[in-house]
Design a protein around this ligand. Structure first.
Ligand code: SIN
Ligand code: MN
Length: 313
């Protein structure tokens, strides 16, 4: 199957991909929220307006005046690449939308986000990612840095403070969640319900944004820091992939050897909820030079993978 390429050293069982039902009908009547004129206004980062914003000191849990934010090294998603570096990239990918249920509560929508919307998402993340509350490398409980860059919309999540701190370690508040991302998550869930009618609906209020460089990884874990009621109802996690493809593992335990593998490509949306809300999942490899050329021709996304997960607290 063209869309499910094998990766060296990885056994991939092809899933039967079913075309997304009513795709043409929904695209005719579908209002694309990324087309709104209000986009620029709604994407302003209000926390950038006050350069003397107080700063949270995680050591004594107080707000201090030292401007930690200015000490944070900025991480840019946009990195100019030479024309030659793009010449080896694959063209002509099969961009047909389709969907598949990987197991009860886990639905993969292939090629769900158009390339032009992927460009808008990258630009939005860049706009916020370079400002206050933008990309940083979170520190885990054992003192190491996570192998990715992160920022959050709606509510801050951090490996140490989970969702419990209003301020991030650099003193920043959570960024406002763009309504276009809320709409995308809601529409994805609706479409996933055609494959799994038990997939619960939700009102997303959090988006964790991760960027993996070519060496980025995320160990097998469960997403279980949302509210007890959200987890109990199995309100889904909606995961959007942009850029290079990832080898994504999922299963019932933390054991990598027992996990199943699926390739997540640019434009794919994976939804896990209901019975599978607490599925273990992680990213073991980013496949170099696998981003679609059509995306890189429109936005100079640095090598690696952007992933957005929307949730309801
Ligand atoms: C996550 O588990 O939070 C991110 C998963 C991914 O990058 O696909
Ligand atoms: Mn997760």
């Amino acid at each position: 199957m063209a869309a499910m390429k094998g990766i060296k050293g990885m056994m991939m069982k092809p899933h039967s991909l079913i075309p997304i039902r009513n795709a043409s009908r929904s695209s005719a009547s579908f209002h694309n929220p990324w087309d709104d004129n209000s986009l620029q206004a709604s994407l302003r980062n209000p926390w950038d307006d006050n350069p003397h914003h107080d700063t949270y000191n995680p050591n004594n849990n107080t707000l201090a005046n030292a401007n930690e934010f200015n000490k944070t090294k900025r991480f840019s998603l946009i990195l100019p690449r030479s024309t030659e570096s793009l010449s080896g990239m694959k063209k002509g990918k099969n961009l047909k939308k389709s969907g598949v249920i990987l197991e009860t509560g886990v639905v993969l929508l292939k090629n769900y986000v158009s390339v032009s919307d992927q460009v808008k998402i990258v630009n939005t993340c860049q706009q916020f990612g370079m400002g206050r509350g933008g990309f940083y490398q979170p520190i885990t409980n054992n003192g190491g840095k996570m192998n990715l860059h992160m920022m959050c919309f709606g509510r801050n999540w951090d490996p140490k403070t989970k969702y419990n701190s209003k301020y991030r370690s650099d003193g920043s508040h959570a960024l406002p969640l763009p309504h276009q991302l809320i709409s995308l998550a809601e529409t994805s869930i609706k479409d996933s319900q055609a494959y799994d009618d038990r997939m619960p609906s939700m009102d997303p209020d959090i988006c964790v944004v991760n960027f993996y460089t070519s060496t980025g990884k995320l160990g097998l874990h469960q997403d279980r820091d949302e509210s007890e009621s959200s987890l109990k109802k199995g309100l889904p996690v909606v995961s959007i992939s942009i850029g290079d493809s990832a080898k994504f593992l999922y299963g019932n335990s933390r054991e990598v050897g027992k996990a199943k593998v699926v390739l997540l490509e640019s434009g794919d949306v994976l939804i896990f909820g209901g019975k599978s809300r607490l599925v273990y999942h992680g990213v073991t490899k980013i496949i170099p030079n696998s981003a679609p050329l059509s995306l890189l021709q429109q936005v100079k996304l640095r090598p690696g993978r952007l992933n957005l997960t929307l949730r309801q607290y």
